[in-house]
Design a binder for this molecule. Structure first.
Ligand SMILES: C[S@@+](CC[C@H](N)C(=O)[O-])C[C@H]1O[C@@H](n2cnc3c(N)ncnc32)[C@H](O)[C@@H]1O
Length: 244
């Protein structure tokens, strides 16, 4: 299997040689950071249509965290274009965090469309180092399609636990690796080095459920879902909540 993966990787590398050369020379990364928000904006509407009922179910947990004030402090981690705003109930005070400043324009558009929410600020920083956010300052952290792209899921989850108040909740939806040994997993391994460049660091073979289970939350619940787009090498998804 390893030899087959290597062979396929080489074939794809050959077919996408200019991309790999640009990455090697350091000129791909800035280009990718600029175009990636446009790609995400183009995909968001169809993703949300396919995921509407599941996202509504996931974000229905927010109301239960509001207490008597009717308000909740919510961190949108890896906020991207603000794809989830339409599913949040009124009373959410939202802090957005993303290391890519090129998303701000798209984020502002989503904010303008979702006036039922209160926006606090947009922090340009990686999830591995959220020092601008105080310990225990968030009731909810939302993380959708982000842990595939971060440098260290373990450090991000440590930071999530730090910024959540006791009893606060992480709501997540992430794509993960196919079953080890399957053809789909072999294909993911073959495509990954090229896919990572196209998808701004997106890894296909992360077993993110293990990171979530090992992150020392008091309770973790998740369900596995089939991929929303069959034509992409992106694998199954996990959706659920982790309580601090
Ligand atoms: C596939 S997009 C998902 C965006 C959005 N959460 C959604 O559901 O549409 C991945 C996002 O993670 C962000 N990201 C990448 N590395 C990150 C990191 N280390 N910490 C936080 N966010 C990161 C990217 O800039 C991008 O906005």
């Amino acid at each position: 299997m390893d030899a087959l993966v290597r062979l396929l990787q080489l074939l794809l590398l050959f077919l996408t040689l200019p991309l790999h050369l640009m990455a090697l020379l350091g000129c791909w990364q800035p280009l990718c950071k600029s175009y990636f928000p446009y790609l995400m904006a183009a995909l968001t509407a169809s993703t949300n249509r396919r995921m509407e009922s599941k996202k509504r179910e996931l974000f229905s947990h927010i109301k239960g965290l509001m207490g008597t004030s009717g308000r909740v402090a919510l961190l949108e981690l890896g906020s991207g274009t603000g794809a989830n705003f339409q599913f949040y109930p009124p009373g959410c005070r939202i802090t957005c965090l993303d290391p890519n400043p090129h998303f701000e324009k798209f984020l502002s558009k989503s904010m303008a469309k979702n006036r039922h929410l209160q926006y606090e600020r947009f922090v340009v920083a990686p999830g591995e180092d959220m020092k601008q956010l105080a310990d225990g300052s968030m009731d909810v952290v939302v993380c959708t399609l982000v842990l595939c792209s971060v440098q260290s899921p373990k450090r991000v989850l440590q930071e999530v636990r730090r910024v959540l108040r006791p009893g606060g909740v992480l709501l997540f939806w992430e794509h993960v690796a196919e079953r080890r040994g399957s053809w789909a997993f072999t294909w993911q391994r073959a495509v990954e080095p090229t896919w990572k460049h196209i998808g701004d660091g997106c890894c296909l073979t992360r077993e993110t459920w293990k990171d979530l289970e090992n992150a020392q939350f008091s309770e973790v619940q998740m369900e596995r879902q089939p991929p929303p787009f069959k034509w992409l090498p992106v694998g199954p998804h996990i959706m659920g909540k982790a309580v601090k």
